[in-house]
Design a protein around this ligand. Structure first.
Ligand code: MSP
Length: 508
């Protein structure tokens, strides 16, 4: 199967915060999981540069926008790198390959007869990079950014979105899973059903951006430029190779609920007009809240993901962000919760399970494990449904439910240790075989869990496999099955996976 997954491209007007890390982590979990399943995967992330708010910050710093972007882009490249995200490309909208693709794309809209010139006047929120209707404002302010929008009146090029209402409704009716979760599908569909207004795809009097091919006095509106990244990247990510035929339209877009309309309404209409197929699927997630408010630069309540990684490591941050809030819903994030999960779930549930397992194999079996899978083993019953259950959840983007399902097995293995009490079996020579079978099952269960967790914990999972005396990079998904551990010796007590952190509030 072809599996192309994207994050939104992030505005470079500030450095990354945990809300951005959130989407990148989710996309990486899906990308890694699909690679484990043997799928042909492409994972794209990157940055959105041609925004008015970017030009403004540059001006405040006395820099040309491009110069400013060149300086800050390093902080954005560091986000996927430090998170251990396996993106196959990092797009910048200032890439020449992107700009020429956008020009061709806009020309196609024009040639399709979907573009006309008109005067637009309205309230523009620079935070949203979008016009707001009076009805959307609260006390004259944008409810998301809590700022007063600016009155903008200019002659622009417009895209005939209104002409696509029927085709979009037909698309939504034909593909009930086009947008997930279902309540977001309903939200997008009712927005379309409520009537669509044409929107401006150009800006006058702004030098920063992609020039409109038939009118070089204007540049593309940031969204008409940014959305195209998902398709343009395929055309130049691999020099001399067009990945378009391979990965389009097998794309799954991940996005936050604040940019639902652009992705679920504007984007498919633009694609239809330009003669491209619409995406396979879009998944809309909620906000990570801090003190019940969206984390954002303009609200001043940011958490720097790189600070958290410095203290807890990338795996713990990935785990917490997948687990703390049900993916798709809004939910509160806190450093206390991260610390709690680090200690209770990662260090105790998982780390101690590995420590005990390897210590007992070393102590009671001299580090030697014979292959002893058995038909009536309770570990077999515990792990057998796991591969299908986790895959099914991840196919629905339920990264929270999938990791919870894996954790049921982790907890089950801990209960198994207690109920089997290998330390008792070891006292009785006549129960040697039972001891061997128990420790075999335990080691095999931990191996299964390590493979199932590889997409979430890419640093820890190979360490677990190696500690069990296996090969650290054997993580193919069909390894999530009982009884595949081979006989081995030389198992020694493992180093703690998650050492105590003495300064847990360092990042706070
Ligand atoms: N540049 C546009 C996207 C263009 S995509 C063609 C943009 N950038 S953004 O940097 O403002 O936000 C990008 C994504 O980060 C959005 O999906 C947004 O929802 C997500 N998040 C930003 N803050 C967030 C939280 N506090 N919580 C969860 N996701 C959040 O919009």
């Amino acid at each position: 199967m072809r599996y192309y997954v994207t994050t939104p491209i992030y505005y470079v007007n500030a450095t990354p915060h945990i809300g951005h890390a959130y989407t990148t982590i989710a996309a990486d979990i899906l990308a890694r999981h699909h690679r484990q399943r043997g799928d042909d995967v492409f994972f794209l992330t990157g940055v959105d540069e041609h925004a008015s708010k970017v030009a403004r910050v540059a001006e405040e710093q006395g820099l040309e926008p491009k110069e400013y972007a060149d300086r800050i882009v390093g902080a954005w490249r560091a986000l996927p790198e430090r998170l251990n995200a396996t993106n196959d490309f990092f797009i910048r909208t200032s890439d020449e390959g992107h700009k020429s693709f956008v020009q061709d794309f806009l020309q196609r809209l024009y040639d399709a007869g979907d573009v006309y010139q008109d005067v637009y006047a309205g309230w523009y929120c620079v935070g949203c990079e979008a016009f707001k209707t009076e009805a959307e404002l609260v006390d004259g302010k944008c409810p998301i950014h809590e700022t007063t929008p600016e009155w903008i009146e200019e002659k622009n090029w417009f895209f005939r979105l209104s002409a696509y209402q029927g085709r979009l409704l037909a698309l939504y009716d034909e593909r009930r899973d086009f947008v997930l979760p279902a309540f977001r599908y309903n939200e997008a569909r009712s927005f379309i059903a409520g009537g669509l207004q044409d929107f401006s795809i150009s800006r006058a009097g702004q030098p920063w951006g992609v020039p409109i091919p038939w009118d070089e006095s204007q540049v593309a509106y940031v969204w008409a430029d940014a959305l195209v990244n998902y398709r343009s990247a395929l055309s130049y990510a691999r020099p001399g190779e067009d990945l378009g035929p391979r990965f389009w339209p097998a794309v799954r877009h991940l996005l936050g609920k604040d940019i639902l309309r652009f992705h679920c309404v504007y984007w498919p209409a633009l694609l239809l007009s330009a003669g491209y197929e619409v995406p396979q699927q879009l998944f809309v997630h909620g906000y990570l809240l801090l003190d019940d408010r969206k984390i954002s630069k303009s609200l001043g309540n940011v958490l720097d993901p790189l600070d958290l990684i410095d203290v807890y490591g990338a795996d713990a941050v990935r785990f917490w962000s997948a687990r703390a809030v049900s993916f798709g819903q809004d939910g509160s994030a806190s450093i206390d919760d991260l610390r709690e999960r680090y200690e209770r779930e990662l260090a105790n549930d998982l780390g101690n399970l590995l420590s005990r397992t390897t210590a007992m194999i070393s102590r009671y079996l001299d580090g030697r494990l014979a292959a002893r899978p058995s038909d009536d083993s309770s570990v077999r019953a515990l792990v057998e449904p796991l591969a299908a259950d986790v895959a099914k959840r991840l196919d629905r983007y339920d990264i929270t439910g999938a990791v919870e399902r894996i954790w049921e097995v982790v907890r089950g293995l801990n209960r198994y240790v207690e109920s089997q009490a290998p330390w008792q079996l070891a006292k009785d020579e006549s129960r040697r075989e039972e001891l061997e079978r128990t420790l075999y099952d335990l080691a095999d269960g931990v191996r299964v869990v390590a493979i199932a967790l590889a997409a979430y914990l890419p640093e820890t999972s190979p360490r677990i496999l190696a500690a069990l005396g296996g090969s650290p990079d054997e993580i193919a998904w069909d390894g999530v099955a009982y009884g595949l551990t081979l006989a081995r010796d030389g198992v020694v007590p493992a180093e703690p996976l998650y050492p105590r952190i003495d300064a847990p509030t360092a990042a706070a």
